[in-house]
Design a binder for this molecule. Structure first.
Ligand code: NAP
Length: 326
């Protein structure tokens, strides 16, 4: 699989990043890890590596820590693996009742960042995270506090690079003003159906009801500053590539049909066309995939073999947004 050197880092990563949110048994509380979860994590990592994927996205909260824990068990069982892969994790979301009596909230305090990273390192059986992302903006954030946490984590060798997720252009720029090192990533929801990143470029100055507030300058800022763009929910959870569209809006049904047509013409799985649409963007967006199934990872990897013409790219976009270009 094609690799790229992430700007402002020494990290060479695959064009696809394998998301780990589906590992460790899901969101039901109080379910311990089983041998079945370990088998799933083993097969997932094996399949990803086989496809040339070396980039893995985790978070302290996924499956309440069990996604990191089960991933870490594989790392522990295969010590030579760690240096071959790039591990990204996140912090900053705190669930209700953590600790008991607390509401759901965001927390970029020095204490929470430090404690979250310690927890991630322990669960992942590693001494360092390649990249740490701040998961979702904390309204009460303090740039100096974040900078202090990042500086200490970097000095201790516990985190090599830092980035953000779900932040707009001004949040990134403001945070960056406190930091000596460049932010290296912003992970955002981007896909054929969640297409504000593309819509913002065409609907400006049109009095358009579809103008997506908040997306102004996000891609441009990232491209100017070398902040790597990553797309979560890149496959729209499979709705365009085999999911049940019978109750879906017309634009979704039509997009799924077009995806199928383009996939059939190339003898590739539909997932490959969905991801190719993101991969074709010149900002070199890295799609983060969500499946844990080896066969779907193989289908996703086929996206690197798909080239869409400019006409096909715009036809998919127009169909997904439900109207032609303005
Ligand atoms: N930064 C953030 O705020 C944020 C938020 C959400 C997620 N993420 C990251 O992004 C990753 C991907 O997100 P996601 O899981 O929402 O992405 P996704 O790849 O769009 O969706 C994955 C889900 O869709 C199903 N699926 C995939 N292809 C399918 C198909 N062809 N037919 C039917 N179902 C299909 C998968 O089921 P199977 O597992 O059965 O294949 C899985 O449940 C996560 O793992 C996580 O690392 C980040």
């Amino acid at each position: 699989m094609e690799k790229l050197l992430l700007q402002n880092t020494d990290l060479t990563v695959s064009r696809l990043c394998a998301g780990c949110m589906g590992l460790g048994g899901g969101w039901e509380k109080g379910i311990p890890l089983t041998k079945e979860h370990e088998k799933q994590a083993n097969e997932f990592l094996e399949a990803a590596l086989e496809q040339g994927i070396n980039f893995f996205d985790n978070a302290n909260i996924y499956a309440y820590g069990k996604a990191e824990e089960v991933f870490g068990r594989v790392v522990k069982a295969h010590p030579s693996l760690r240096e071959k892969i790039v591990i990204q994790s996140k912090c900053g979301i705190r669930w209700v009742d953590d600790p008991p009596g607390s509401p759901q909230r965001f927390d970029f305090s020095y204490e929470n960042i430090m404690a979250s990273v310690e927890g991630s390192l322990r669960r992942l059986h590693t001494d360092y995270l390649d990249i740490l992302l701040l998961h979702r903006p904390d309204v009460l954030w303090d740039g100096q506090e974040i900078a202090r946490a990042f500086a200490e984590l970097k000095k201790a060798g516990k985190v090599h690079y830092f980035g953000v997720s779900n932040q707009n252009r001004f949040q990134m720029e403001y945070l960056q003003s406190f930091l000596p090192d460049p932010l290296v990533a912003n992970q955002l929801q981007m896909s054929l159906l969640h297409n504000g990143f593309a819509e913002v470029g065409i609907s400006f100055n049109q009095n358009s009801p579809t103008y997506p507030d908040g997306w102004e300058g996000v891609l441009e800022y990232c491209r100017l500053k070398g902040v790597g763009l990553q797309a979560w929910r890149s496959l729209d959870q499979g709705i365009l590539s085999g999911g049940d569209t019978s109750q879906a809006p017309e634009n979704v049904q039509k997009t799924a049909a077009l995806v199928k047509q383009y996939a059939k013409a190339r003898s590739v799985p539909a997932d490959a066309v969905v991801l190719a649409w993101l991969l074709m963007h010149p900002a070199r967006i890295i799609p983060v995939t969500g499946t844990t199934r080896p066969e779907r990872l193989a289908a996703d990897a086929k996206s690197l073999e798909v080239t869409l013409s400019r006409n096909e790219w715009y036809r998919l976009f127009a169909t997904a947004r439900g109207s032609e270009m303005p």
